[in-house]
Design a protein around this ligand. Structure first.
Ligand code: ADP
Ligand code: MG
Length: 698
């Protein structure tokens, strides 16, 4: 209780340190989305500075989230010179509200020519300022939005805030038509579960691929993987527990509600989940969580890997984005209550989500795409690349009833008797869980499970907020203009149930049958990032996002460019790393082993007397064959990577396809040879740590 929020300029600190009228004015901006009174900024800035200095800060920074996927900060000290050659510590309202970092080296996707360098950061007072403590160096961080000279968003926060406003506006219209006059804002809430790997730092430092790409580009399957299912929820090792303890402490100081922690399915894999918050704060916090996770790991001689697929053959990492909507007076709009069939307002919001997900499945899929996630989606560990919704017995049944004209009852859960008299009789939920669904209703929220572990959750939530806002606006249009509310609502719910039932699937999403069934239902199955990203620039998407003021057409095109460019660059770095390691580490090691085999062969042969050299001969033959194949595949990888770099034209989509179809494929086949060699070559000569070491030596 003492450390929680100790590094945050939170409500309590504001109340203590700001004059009453200033506090009230700022709260009004934060709670009711009213414009910020400029006179307030100077006072807040001064209070912030005093607080930060007392806590040991000398510098402040506008903390923002450019399109790199990570956060950015440029530190300025509080010092300001006086005429007598000394300094005073100053921080003005102007400095709090607006920053002007040189933006030219951040991705802009053509929004700006490189000579146009100006970018602006603007204070987001809805997310509290905080202190970052990097090894005793304390910096005041001010969450900001980041835009170009022309006001176009260059970051992840601006469009997220816009999408939250869109959702609030449309949800309020629906609530008003239901007669709700008290709510004046609807906030989307998110609780992201974050998966990660830990490995010993000494292994990490010996693997260039992990250092440069975040994943192992090769590595033979270890004798033991995750098949015993003995890691999931297993007893937490002391070294890991110590890490988690320090991580929690650091997060609590930042006001992050770190709550759940456990071992995940793969060896060396773990999860942390906070208690949910408004989407904006949850997104800021998740960026901080990822940052702090990496920093704290190093203090324990560990490295935290956030890549979606650091190791082939065991599960990769994702984020489960738990999402809901609630009113400012605390009503969760996705709370079904005991008798959901009677809860017309709940059914309306539920139906809106169902229709939104069906209408814009391609956008949701695109929002969860990155190069790392291409390794996961569709493999039997993560949901397939087909978007569908799991509702569970109770709600699926109600949707069926709605499609047939009206809902008359709700299936109830009942109880479970374990059969031991001393054990309690358990109240059963109305629905079982389904771990295989990409978009599952889980009690009073939806869980979007496709999100990649390293990606900012901003993108997926921008899409979720906007598509639901759109369907709510369609519903509001009808409800506001009808004379018979009940009839109209019944018609809307029936239409949605009939037309969008196809997106609901409660079965096992990992089966081949589902892939076939989904195709029959006409659901999109988009297998790779390159094919997913163009969803952002379809006419439908441009209309949607511009209607709700979330993205302009230019902003969408810029994001399309940036995402595909990132894909190409990522694969390019992977290919170059693989070539480097192949030539400079793997081949030399294999050659050394071949040399020793040859020496042994000659020595034994020279010993005469019918010595048996069949083992040496057999091994030499096998390894030489693999080595020749490897050399050839290495040359091929070099060739296609070169070709990709020299592709004519500037069609980023074509370039992405080339990287996927030729460079990535060439890497896969090279990996096969290297992994086979690893299983043959003297362990003492193998130049990089093995999977068994990295996954099990913690
Ligand atoms: P599980 O692993 O069973 O899916 P967890 O407890 O790990 O569940 O995570 C569930 C997440 O959902 C938590 O972050 C929790 O705070 C969040 N959550 C709960 N209610 C809501 C809500 N109304 N809106 C958004 N997130 C929510
Ligand atoms: Mg979950």
């Amino acid at each position: 209780m003492d450390i929680f929020g100790s590094n945050v300029f939170n409500d309590q600190v504001m109340k203590e340190r700001l004059p009453k009228n200033v506090y009230k004015s700022l709260r009004n901006t934060i709670d009711n989305g009213l414009p910020l009174d400029p006179a307030v900024a100077d006072v807040v800035a001064n209070a912030l500075k005093d607080w930060a200095i007392e806590k040991g800060a000398t510098h402040f920074t506008h903390w923002f989230q450019p399109m790199t996927g990570i956060t950015a900060e440029k530190h300025d000290s509080f010092i300001s010179p006086t005429s007598d050659g000394r300094v005073i510590m100053e921080f003005s309202g102007k400095e709090l509200i607006k920053g002007e970092p040189d933006a030219s080296s951040f991705p802009s996707g053509g929004l700006r020519a490189t000579f146009e360098a100006r970018g602006y950061t603007a204070w987001d007072c809805t997310s509290p300022a905080f202190l970052k403590d990097d090894g005793g160096v304390v910096t005041l961080c001010i969450p900001t939005a980041f835009c170009s000279y022309n006001g176009e968003a260059l970051d992840q926060k601006t469009p997220l805030l816009r999408s939250m406003e869109a959702l609030s506006n449309q949800a309020l219209r629906v609530l008003r038509s239901f007669g709700n006059t008290t709510a004046n804002r609807v906030v989307s809430t998110v609780g992201p579960e974050q998966e990660y790997f830990l490995i010993d730092k000494k292994f990490f430092e010996k693997r260039l691929d992990l250092m440069l790409t975040g994943r192992t580009l090769f590595g033979a399957k270890p004798p033991k993987g995750q098949e015993l299912e003995d890691q999931y929820f297993g007893s937490i090792k002391e070294r890991v527990a110590a890490y988690m303890k320090e991580l929690n402490t650091e997060l609590w100081k930042l006001g992050i509600l770190a709550k759940t922690q456990h071992n995940e399915v793969a060896p060396g894999q773990f999860e942390i989940a906070p208690i949910f918050a408004s989407t904006n704060i949850a997104t800021d916090h998740n960026q901080l969580v990822m940052d702090v996770m990496k920093k704290v790991a190093l203090r324990h001689d560990l490295v935290c890997l956030l890549h979606e697929k650091p190791f082939a053959g065991v599960n990769g990492s994702g984020k489960h984005n738990n999402w809901s909507m609630s009113t400012n007076d605390g009503q969760n709009l996705l709370e079904p209550g005991n008798n959901p069939h009677e809860n017309a307002q709940f059914l309306t919001f539920l139906s809106a989500v169902i229709k939104a997900v069906d209408d814009y499945a391609d956008l949701l899929r695109a929002s969860a795409a990155n190069a790392g996630n291409d390794h996961r989606l569709g493999a039997n560990e993560a949901p397939p690349a087909i978007i569908s919704i799991f509702l569970g017995d109770q709600l699926s049944d109600i949707i069926d009833q709605l499609a047939n004209g009206g809902a008359k009852d709700s299936k109830q859960g009942g109880t479970i008797n374990v059969g031991v008299s001393t054990l309690p009789i358990l109240k059963k939920d109305s629905t079982d869980r389904n771990r295989t669904s990409p978009f599952a209703f889980t009690g009073n929220k939806f869980e979007f499970r496709m999100v990649p572990s390293s990606l900012s959750i901003s993108g997926p939530n921008i899409v979720l907020n906007t598509i639901v806002a759109e369907v709510l606006s369609q519903i509001a249009d009808r409800l506001e203009n009808t004379k018979d509310f009940d009839m109209e609502l019944k018609a809307i719910l029936k239409e949605i149930a009939v037309n969008h039932k196809r997106i609901v699937f409660d079965g096992n999403n990992y089966t081949e049958e589902w892939v076939a069934e989904a195709e029959k239902r006409g659901l999109p199955h988009i297998r790779s990032m390159v094919d997913a990203i163009p969803a952002f620039i379809t006419e439908k998407a441009i209309n949607l996002f511009s209607k709700h003021g979330v993205f302009s057409k230019t902003e969408l095109h810029s994001r399309y460019e940036i995402r595909l460019e990132q894909y190409c660059k990522q694969i390019n770095i992977e290919a170059l790393t693989m070539i480097n390691m192949g030539k400079r580490q793997i081949l030399p090691a294999v050659l050394k082993y071949v040399g020793s085999l040859a020496d042994s062969l000659i020595a034994v042969k020279n010993a005469g007397a019918g010595a048996d050299i069949s083992v040496q001969e057999g091994l030499l033959k096998e390894i030489s064959g693999l080595m020749a194949s490897m050399k050839q595949r290495l040359a091929n990888l070099e060739l296609v990577t070169d070709e990709a770099n020299n592709l004519e034209g500037d069609d980023i989509f074509e370039k992405g396809k080339f990287y996927r179809d030729f460079v990535f494929t060439a890497m896969q086949s090279l990996r096969q040879d290297i992994d086979q060699l690893e299983n043959l070559v003297d362990a003492d000569l193998w130049p990089v740590p093995t999977y068994a070491q990295m996954l099990f030596m913690l």
